[in-house]
Ligand binder design. Structure first.
Ligand SMILES: Cc1cc2nc3c(=O)[nH]c(=O)nc-3n(C[C@H](O)[C@H](O)[C@H](O)COP(=O)(O)OP(=O)(O)OC[C@H]3O[C@@H](n4cnc5c(N)ncnc54)[C@H](O)[C@@H]3O)c2cc1C
Length: 371
């Protein structure tokens, strides 16, 4: 089975006139190899658009069989589809992170042009007969589902989708001899299929909890579950919640602050488990040993980049907000509408943390149990 991987070339990081392959795309190569091997063989082609060319040798050193640099046609994925793939690759892989709006949209455009389904934000992928199987976020944003999609298909994967093989000096050295093919793309006169701007995430909103605010949280969660073109056959089964998800690469993070008592903290843990979120904490929750230091978000801890950050009983001190620069949608629950986190949040819920959390857990439990 032939697999194509779209890789990105970064200019600025390498200095004037130099380009490097985005290291995040190493995952894409690993996923492509995995799919090819599961299918019993085939060709993995790494494709980049624009840029220099030699940088694609990294992809060859990581195990791609072929590297193609497409020149012209901008970075329009449609050009890649039309001129390079020609419909041969059964699976086209692109790597995305949650806040990566542009590459995600390019994959949508590519799928649109090829007339193929798109499975987006897959955290695991595999081959089963003539289908591709994957785990992706449920459409309602709550946890993950298994999908089965007939090939050919386009898939965007997150960093969780494969372990990246170590890049050895020997592999890099031998890839220096390898040929990077060049291909001049025909002028595809960019035909926008999907609006590049995407939906604006920042929609500031203050809601006073009247017993229903949890519904608004669930609605906003659903909005960021990631667009995808449905498969002709999509059989979804909710994947069991993972007990402890790492902060790195998490799609959703729920942060617990000092405003939570013991019951509130336990309910937050339960919510995180149910929605497939990673649990994070503030300085005081870590100081109180409720969470390990590895879960601290902020200036003295980790900077995170989830699609959704839900802060509960967190004031939003500057040292904490410093760790949220990469977050997509920020939601907060605090009984003080004037707390700094409420001004930083896209959805600020003014209300008692325990009440909102209990309603959320009840609602999510019934969604998870619905067919
Ligand atoms: C050098 C230095 C580095 C630091 N680094 C970090 C860091 O990396 N990360 C970090 O997080 N902190 C860091 N801190 C600590 C930081 O200054 C704050 O003290 C901390 O972030 C506050 O944590 P908190 O929001 O959980 O608690 P608090 O500030 O006490 O806030 C608790 C919030 O809960 C709300 N609340 C109370 N009861 C309820 C209820 N029933 N329902 C709803 N809301 C309720 C309150 O209104 C309040 O806003 C650092 C401090 C220093 C000095």
């Amino acid at each position: 089975m032939d697999v194509a991987v779209i890789v990105r070339l970064l200019g600025a990081a390498a200095g004037p006139g130099r380009w490097v392959m985005d290291e995040r795309d190493d995952v894409g190569i690993a996923v492509a190899r995995q799919l090819r091997d599961q299918a019993g063989g085939g060709v993995v082609t790494a494709i980049a658009v624009g840029g220099g060319g030699l940088e694609l040798r990294r992809a060859l050193a990581l195990g791609a069989d072929r590297a193609v640099m497409v020149e012209g046609g901008g970075d329009d994925a449609g050009a890649v589809a039309a001129s390079v793939l020609g419909g041969r690759a059964e699976v086209v892989v692109a790597v995305v992170e949650w806040t990566d709006a542009a590459p995600a949209r390019r994959a949508e455009r590519l799928a649109e042009r090829l007339g193929r389904p798109l499975v987006s934000f897959a955290s695991s992928v595999g081959v089963d007969g003539s289908s591709m199987v994957a785990v992706r976020p449920a459409d309602d944003g709550i946890g993950d589902v298994e999908v089965r999609c007939p090939r050919p298909v386009v898939v965007t994967v997150t960093a969780a989708a494969a372990a990246v093989p170590t890049l050895t000096y020997a592999a890099l050295k031998s890839s220096r001899e390898a040929v990077v093919e060049r291909l001049v793309s025909p002028d595809t006169a960019s035909r926008p299929v999907v609006n590049d701007q995407g939906a604006p995430l920042r929609r500031r909103e203050l809601v006073h909890d009247d017993g229903q605010a949890h519904r608004r949280i669930l609605e906003r969660l659903r909005e960021v579950s990631g667009g995808h073109r449905p498969c002709a056959v999509q059989v979804g089964r909710r994947v069991d919640p993972v007990p402890e998800r790492a902060l790195a690469g998490a799609r959703i993070i729920v942060a617990a602050g000092r405003g939570l008592d013991d019951t509130g903290f336990a309910t937050t843990q339960e919510l995180a488990r149910l929605i497939g979120a990673a649990l994070a904490g503030t300085g005081p929750t870590v100081d109180a040993a409720l969470l390990p230091a590895s879960r601290l978000v902020g200036q003295s801890g980790t900077t995170v980049a989830p699609a959704v950050y839900l802060a509960v009983g967190v004031s939003g001190a500057g040292q904490h907000l410093a760790g949220l620069s990469g977050a997509g949608l920020i939601m907060a629950v605090n009984h003080d509408p004037a707390a700094p986190i409420m001004a930083a949040a896209d959805l600020a819920v003014a209300g008692d943390a325990q009440a909102v959390l209990s309603h959320l857990v009840q609602a999510v439990t019934s969604i998870r149990h619905s067919p």
